[in-house]
Design a protein around this ligand. Structure first.
Ligand code: HPA
Ligand code: ZN
Length: 350
């Protein structure tokens, strides 16, 4: 059993690959308060950086989504997108040894703001973050499943009409109660025909939704997917096909999706034990009071995972990423070197 100090050394030093982090959800409260003031927006009830995020209340997803909408609404111009992307990738990424991130963007979360404005600012932030810290990144455009299927298809059309090398795929998020995956088959088919990669959230939905996501929407991975373990046949299939599941321990624990909200992370343990390809990330880090290191810390303490298991999540994320073979090889070399350095002191102990 590792000591707390040893767990700290490992989770801080671990190289990380981030496949499930939403840009809007990764903005620090202090930045949002500044952006609100810049645009003359009075935050709900005069909230400040100290009480803008109320982590415990997000057991109710709608409550969380309401705060997320406020956050998205104050990120407006190219400079804003540049700033929040840069901060998310540096202090919220590279500082935690995140080597590579596929960032979820939510154009519908910035009402009235043009697609090109968003991407121009975000790309500038990605470029500067890479120059300053070496972190690499690409973009996933999230379709809002609470919008109409027509609005989702229109967003994919906009993506196709405005191609950028960094925009490599689409996702599907917001409330699953209102937006079952099958509603969006047209948008996903169009994206597939255009050569875009596809993923979709399935946090609270039944195991059957995972089959829909894979077979009807053509996704190559699943975001969260905790209920897969309720169905042995679907679990077996996903193990055999090495379907990646991008799990987010802390945010899903607060939401009672991956366990019972007691920090036991029961479903993530069941997924790992079943042999599924699990990756670890933070979803909406400051909004849920977490960060990329802390999600690994939570699993190390709750499930007793040591360096080998924690490093296997990074390996899984490299495999699950949408980088090409060269990109994956480079990333694996960097990650392997860092893991070897972390393991060296462990070898010396008697
Ligand atoms: N859940 C659902 N949709 C989202 C989330 C989330 O945590 N973050 C951004 N969109
Ligand atoms: Zn998410």
């Amino acid at each position: 059993m590792s000591t707390t100090a040893e767990i700290e050394r490992i989770v801080r030093g671990l190289p990380k690959v981030s496949l499930h982090c939403h840009l809007i959800g990764s903005v620090q409260a202090a930045t949002l308060v500044e952006l609100a003031a810049k645009h003359g927006v009075v935050l709900d009830g005069g909230r400040t950086a100290e009480n803008l995020f109320d982590h415990a209340s997000y057991e109710d997803l709608d409550e969380f989504l309401r705060v997320l909408d406020v956050a998205g609404s104050v990120i407006r111009d190219v400079d804003d997108f540049h700033r929040v992307t840069y901060e998310s990738l540096t202090a919220g990424g590279a500082a935690h040894n995140v080597l590579y991130r596929e960032i979820f963007l939510s154009p519908p979360g910035h009402p009235g703001i043009g697609y090109r404005t968003i991407i121009d600012g975000v790309r500038a932030g990605m470029r500067d973050a890479e120059t300053d810290t070496g972190i690499r990144s690409n973009l996933i455009v999230g379709l809002n499943r609470n919008d109409t299927p027509g609005a989702a298809t229109e967003l994919v059309e906009t993506m196709i009409a405005n191609p950028y090398d960094e925009v490599i795929g689409i996702g599907l998020d917001y409330s699953e109660m209102i937006g079952p995956p099958e509603k969006f088959w047209k948008a996903f088919r169009l994206a597939g025909e255009a050569g875009l990669q596809r993923t979709a959230h399935s946090e609270s939905g039944p195991p059957h939704n995972i089959e829909t996501i894979l077979d009807l929407l053509g996704c190559s991975r699943v975001d969260h997917g905790y209920h897969v373990v309720d169905d042995p046949d679907i679990t077996r299939r996903c193990v055999e096909e090495r379907i990646p599941f991008t799990c987010t321990p802390v945010s899903s624990d607060i939401g009672r999706y991956s366990g019972s909200g007691d920090g036991s992370h029961l479903r993530i343990k069941q997924m790992v034990d079943a042999g599924l390809l699990v990756t670890i990330d933070s979803d909406d880090p400051p909004m849920f009071g977490t960060d990329p290191t802390n999600d690994y810390r939570a699993l190390a303490h709750a499930l007793g995972y040591g360096l080998d298991t924690l490093a296997s999540f990074t390996d899984n994320a490299i495999e699950a990423s949408w980088l090409d073979a060269d990109g994956k090889r480079d990333l694996r070399q960097r990650a392997d070197r860092m893991v070897a350095d972390l393991a060296a002191p462990l070898m010396k102990t008697p």
